[in-house]
Design a protein. Structure first.
Length: 539
């Protein structure tokens, strides 16, 4: 018999790997929270959930605006999710505008962010329950929730019959060896059934494995006692019994023979190939999969929002400043200390528009394009995550559309100007609704006289019902649009023999007149600089 010290050594030997795994998970969760984890992001599957949701949503961030504003990179900065479900949900969250005009959802979500930021113990319990869902193959669970499931064959009862007769024949071999021929014939028949009907349903099995992992997480999450009421945990608690019941039914479909012993894998393969065990398990389950699809989606959304909220809370902790926006119905944009999330040590700017549009001028690289992107990004963050990167933000509930990155591709024969007029035509087609349009250097692909004329006419049309932020070098537009736009500028600063950009937005036209001084500092010939000054003074 083992004495007490020997028993203790055995228990320690078993406990060591468990403690080591627990420590590894704890370290991993700390890295996720700090945003230092390395993640390979495949946007084909990250965007799957959004693509299934998109046709049913009224307002989403369109593909062009998503690309123009570099939202994929912003998503990567925010993405500190533990599970693949959370990652897909966060992506969809950033692309779907909140449709609740009340402040209830904003207050609920911001309270959730705050709870995860301040209650580390509770947050880690949620993350630990989510951790088994971190495998990439969980991404295709959404296909099980949204795509059409395989139908039962018309004569599906024959599958039950063929399976039953096969096992009966095996049992009767002991009575009469002639039944071996019947068993062999039925085995061949069942192989053919697997080949024809099985290939239709087998594609679902990997998704079902992810489903059982999600259903197992329901029980773990439902056991966590929250310090305050959280709707998502209540949803999971209400669905806990259903999840456990369905999890048992799909177990056989999710058995992984690769992880089993050789003997268990061989038995499993024999039962599936010749006894149709897996097909029958699917036939017994498919009706429940269809019946409870809405419940599965509720579970997916609850888990996704919890995980996404932890990621957002972590991101808020990491940024220099953030604010919960207020919303208005007057078309006012009022922000202070607003900055862009992708720029290190970004300069914060203040900006006020009272139901009007803005022309923004300045030298190249002075900050014009970055500024309109900053406003666009923060409008989207406000309407999707209820967060702004600013000290204060009062914003309209409007949809952002942009025309910023318009590549001129020789291969399709379209000029920059042709692409731009097509894009802005789309703005004109939806100008009866309330939008915020971001346009970078409007109609720069054509000559000056026509550019100013077309720009003035287009902007006057767009500003009738919408807010337009447009960058331009054509200060002449201000006099043509004085009644509906305000003028702002960025400018380079000259200090002795040094020049630099301070990236501060200023009202009105640029009056510094630094352009000639800049070419002088860049080493242009002195007689050229003198001639430029003379010509400027005579204008």
């Amino acid at each position: 018999m083992l004495n007490f010290s020997e028993i203790w050594l055995v228990l320690k030997a078993y406990a060591k790997p468990w403690k080591s795994r627990k420590a590894r998970i704890k370290k991993r969760l700390d890295e996720i929270w700090q945003g230092s984890n390395e993640v390979r992001r495949d946007y084909d599957w990250i965007s799957l959930y959004f693509r299934y949701r998109q046709p049913h949503e009224e307002n989403t961030v369109d593909d062009r605006t998503w690309a123009d504003l570099e939202m994929e990179e912003i998503f990567a900065r925010i993405d500190r999710t533990t599970s693949v479900i959370g990652r897909q949900y966060l992506y969809a969250l950033l692309r779907i505008y909140d449709k609740d005009d009340s402040d209830f959802e904003k207050q609920r979500r911001t309270a959730l962010y705050s709870l995860f930021r301040t209650n580390e113990n509770f947050r880690e319990k949620i993350q630990q329950a989510l951790y088994p869902l971190n495998r990439n193959d969980s991404a295709y669970l959404t296909t099980l929730l949204y795509e059409e499931l395989p139908r039962k064959p018309k004569y599906y009862l024959l599958i039950y019959l063929s399976s039953g007769l096969f096992f009966l024949s095996l049992g009767l071999i002991a009575v009469n060896s002639a039944f071996a021929f019947a068993a062999a014939a039925l085995a061949l028949c069942n192989l053919l059934i697997n080949a024809f009907y099985g290939r239709v349903v087998f594609r679902c099995f990997a998704d079902l494995a992810s489903l059982t992992t999600m259903l197992s997480a329901v029980g773990n999450l439902a056991r966590i006692e929250p310090p305050a009421r959280i709707n998502e945990l209540e949803t999971l608690r209400n669905l806990k019994e259903l999840a456990a019941k369905l999890n048992k039914k799909v177990f056989w479909l999710c058995f992984d023979e690769m992880q089993a012993s050789d003997l268990a894998a061989a038995i499993f393969l024999f039962l599936n190939l010749f006894g149709l065990s897996r097909l029958i398990a699917f036939l017994r389950t498919v009706d429940d999969l269809k019946k409870y699809r809405d419940k599965f989606r509720q579970i997916f959304d609850a888990i996704g929002l919890l995980d996404a909220s932890i990621a957002i809370a972590s991101w808020i902790e990491s940024v220099p400043a953030s604010a919960v926006p207020s919303f208005n119905s007057t078309g006012r944009i009022d922000v202070s200390g607003v900055y862009h999330p992708l720029i290190k040590d970004a300069v914060g700017n203040s900006f006020l528009l009272q139901n009007e549009s803005a022309l923004i001028t300045g030298s190249n690289m002075a900050g014009k394009t970055t500024f309109i992107k900053t406003i666009g990004v923060n409008l989207i963050l406000a309407r999707t995550l209820f967060q702004c990167l600013a000290k204060h933000a009062d914003l309209p509930r409007r949809i952002v559309q942009s025309s910023i990155k318009l590549d001129e591709k020789v291969i399709d024969g379209q000029s920059y100007y042709s692409r731009e007029i097509e894009q802005i035509r789309e703005f004109l087609n939806c100008a009866e609704d309330n939008f915020v349009f971001l346009i970078d250097e409007i109609f720069r692909g054509t000559n000056t006289i026509e550019r100013i004329a077309i720009s003035a006419a287009t902007l006057r049309y767009l500003t009738q019902r919408n807010i337009v932020l447009v960058t331009t070098h054509d200060v002449e537009l201000k006099s043509l649009l004085a009644d509906c736009t305000s003028l702002y500028h960025f400018s380079e600063q000259v200090d002795g023999n040094r020049y630099y950009f301070d990236f501060i937005l200023r009202e009105g036209p640029c009056k510094a007149g630094n352009a000639i001084r800049l070419i002088e500092l860049k080493g242009y010939p002195s007689n050229l600089v003198s001639e430029a000054r003379r010509l400027a003074e005579n204008q």
